[in-house]
Design a protein around this ligand. Structure first.
Ligand code: NAP
Ligand code: GFB
Length: 328
């Protein structure tokens, strides 16, 4: 029986990584395309998923048997802090339309994508899938966080009332090729790669926002892509799964900035702008459940993944999502 796999948000950082893995892993291998599979990578120009009619039309056009739902309004700390209501409302609209169309069109399986920032801010560490609703998220991104938490509530309601096979993943901070490099809206790695590149090119200061002390876990987009393909094929439970490197892989923002300076080949010194927010100090997530289910999985070492990501950025600068660049 052939499968049609629709990837919403298929043109973003994570969507492009899934496309890369499906097109480059050996056919029939654990993470490669299966002969009976048709993959659709949809963008917002295929359908604005905030609109229920456009969403339904997208399903009617492709008749997906499976959906990996990645589409979302996404951004780094500073974008989240500025647009909490927009992040809440747009993501609630997108998620409700995508899940309800999947129910109405009898999609066999749907995986939605949450984020480790949905977890409560003040909770025992490490974070596990069990404490997703045990308290308020960090104030810097409560709009996005609550919209994402609602997906887990939706999944359980669709399962109980209609028996739908809807589940979710909880990735940690992601980076890789095809990221959003907008200097203000981006996540820390693409933002600092872009700022460091401009500082080297224009011989201007390289400034890191905040104190550099916060800690984060980062997963390479192409590793995360393989984990989504595993979840699609081998995980049929409504409960979410954290998709992340181990909690012992936490690095400080200063260590990240040092690694970016090395990868970009920046020779100057850099400073911290402590007038800018640090956001959540840390959100260490346990990947024990994932490893207990997937068995042995090899994550790409951070410096190697960062090197590949910076190489892609430098080779694709003219077509990358760089946003508005002052004194380009
Ligand atoms: P991204 O690079 O910003 O890509 C977003 C994708 O969603 C694009 O394909 C975009 O289409 C699509 N999209 C946005 N608004 C849409 C709309 N109204 N209708 C239809 N499509 C729309 O995002 P990403 O970083 O790949 O994130 C993918 C998923 O991972 C998201 O659910 C995000 O919450 C989650 N996540 C990301 C991170 C991270 O660090 N990046 C961490 C944890 C979880 P266009 O290309 O047409 O704009
Ligand atoms: O990646 P980031 O924006 O997201 O920021 P969060 C991580 C840390 O990097 C913060 C510091 O401590 C920032 O102060 N940082 C330093 C910078 N320089 C920069 C810079 O130039 N740009 C940015 N963006 N950060 C997000 C959530 O939190 O995590 C989102 O707000 C989403 O909703 C995402 O979940 C995965 O890790 O702080």
């Amino acid at each position: 029986m052939s499968s049609v796999i629709l990837v919403t948000g298929g043109t973003g950082l994570v969507g492009k990584a899934i496309q890369y893995v499906i097109e480059n892993e050996p056919e029939g291998s654990r993470f490669g395309r299966r002969p009976d599979e048709k993959w659709i990578f949809a963008s917002s120009s295929d359908a604005d998923l905030r609109d229920p009619q456009q969403t339904r039309k997208l399903y009617e056009k492709y008749q997906p048997t499976h959906v990996i739902h990645l589409a979302a309004l996404v951004g780094g700390l500073f974008r989240n802090m500025k647009y909490k209501l927009t992040f809440l409302r747009e993501n609630i609209l997108i998620n409700d339309n995508v899940l309800h169309a999947a129910y109405e069109l009898r999609t066999q399986k749907l995986i939605s994508c949450l984020s480790t920032c949905v977890f409560p801010d003040k909770v025992e560490y490490p974070l596990t899938e069990l404490n997703i609703h045990n308290g308020p998220p960090h104030e810097s991104n409560f709009g996005y966080a609550h919209a994402k938490r609602m997906v887990d509530v939706h999944n359980h309601a669709y399962k109980e009332q209609f028996g739908c096979n809807f589940t979710s993943s909880i990735p940690t901070n992601v980076f890789g090729p095809h990221d959003n490099y907008d200097l203000e809206d981006a996540h820390v790695i693409p933002a600092l790669v872009h700022k460091c590149y401009l500082a080297k090119k224009n011989n201007t200061p390289f400034v890191v926002a905040g104190s550099g002390k916060p800690l984060r876990q980062f997963i390479y987009s192409r590793d995360l892509a393989k984990l989504f393909i595993w979840q699609l094929r081998e995980y049929d439970d409504v409960e979410p799964v954290i998709l992340s490197v181990g909690e012992d892989e936490e690095v400080s923002i200063k260590e990240v900035a040092d690694a970016i300076v090395k990868a970009v080949g920046f020779k100057g010194s850099y400073t911290f702008d402590t007038s800018r927010a640090d956001g959540q100090f840390r959100k260490p997530a346990s990947n024990k459940k994932l490893l207990s289910l997937i068995g042995d999985f090899k994550f790409t070492p951070f410096e190697e993944a960062l090197g590949e990501s910076v190489k892609w950025f430098l080779e694709n600068y003219d077509n990358a999502r760089i946003g508005k660049v002052p004194f380009a």
